[in-house]
Design a protein around this ligand. Structure first.
Ligand SMILES: [Fe+2]
Ligand SMILES: [Fe+2]
Length: 238
């Protein structure tokens, strides 16, 4: 049960339905989720009891997202690739196109739009490379490890020593992407458009907010569930 002392990350892990609540209040439950709920609420100037009540209500809505702590790792990795990786690949070109349109129309009056465009241009190639590394190296290793151990076969060959090593690199890359999105959030004043904003401007900020939300869900699944499970499997069989 969620208490003021439970970390945000642990609540998200134990009650996946709480993720919607954290998203609603803008509380980071992935990279910055290792702090007690009370502290996170204080930082965001949100009433603790309001959040606790919302978490309790979310648990009773009947919406129970898949519990990835128990599914086979192969199914889990395939889910991440088919949903979050596919979303990033489809959405990045769209974000770039929207940024270009909005900057060309409003960049002279809203200087932050140019800065946001630059951050997206920097983030894009790094994120795409990150997805390739997971899909071509890390995820195949993790799924082979699970499969081979289940059939008492040999450990798969990895070019990186213990699985902790590439995972450490992936977590550092998640942190970097999270920081860039936090900077975009700050520059855009929480993705809020001016009253006079045209539909493209509004669509751009909405797309950015959705992109950040998906990134948080994606990083939560990897940092908090997939990677600890892979490390445990790797070390238990060493
Ligand atoms: Fe990923
Ligand atoms: Fe990742």
């Amino acid at each position: 049960m969620a208490t003021p002392q439970t970390t945000v990350r642990d609540i998200a892990l134990e009650q996946p339905a709480s993720i919607r609540v954290f998203e609603k209040f803008g509380i980071d439950y992935c990279c910055g989720g290792r702090k007690p709920l009370a502290e996170a609420c204080k930082e965001h100037m949100i009433e603790l009891n309001t959040v606790l009540k919302a978490i309790e209500e979310a648990a009773g809505t009947g919406e129970h997202p898949c519990n990835w702590t128990a599914e086979p790792l192969e199914t889990f990795c395939s889910h991440i690739v088919a949903t979050h990786h596919a979303y990033i690949r489809a959405e990045l070109p769209r974000l770039k196109m929207l940024a270009q349109k909005v900057v060309s129309r409003h960049g002279n009056t809203c200087l932050e739009l140019g800065q946001i465009q630059q951050l997206i241009q920097l983030l894009g190639p790094d994120l795409l490379q990150h997805l390739d590394k997971e899909e071509m190296v890390l995820f195949p290793y993790i799924t082979n490890l699970e499969r081979n151990l289940a059939s008492c076969g040999p450990r798969p060959l990895g070019c990186f020593g213990a699985v902790r090593n590439p995972i450490r690199m992936m977590i550092a890359e998640h942190d970097a992407a999270g920081k860039t999105m936090a900077e975009i959030r700050w520059l855009s004043r929480g993705f809020s458009t001016p009253e006079w904003a045209c539909p493209t401007y509004r669509g751009f900020y909405h797309a950015l907010a959705e992109f950040e939300k998906d990134l948080h869900q994606h990083v939560h699944l990897e940092n908090n569930i997939l990677f600890p499970r892979a490390i445990e499997l790797d070390e238990s069989s060493a």
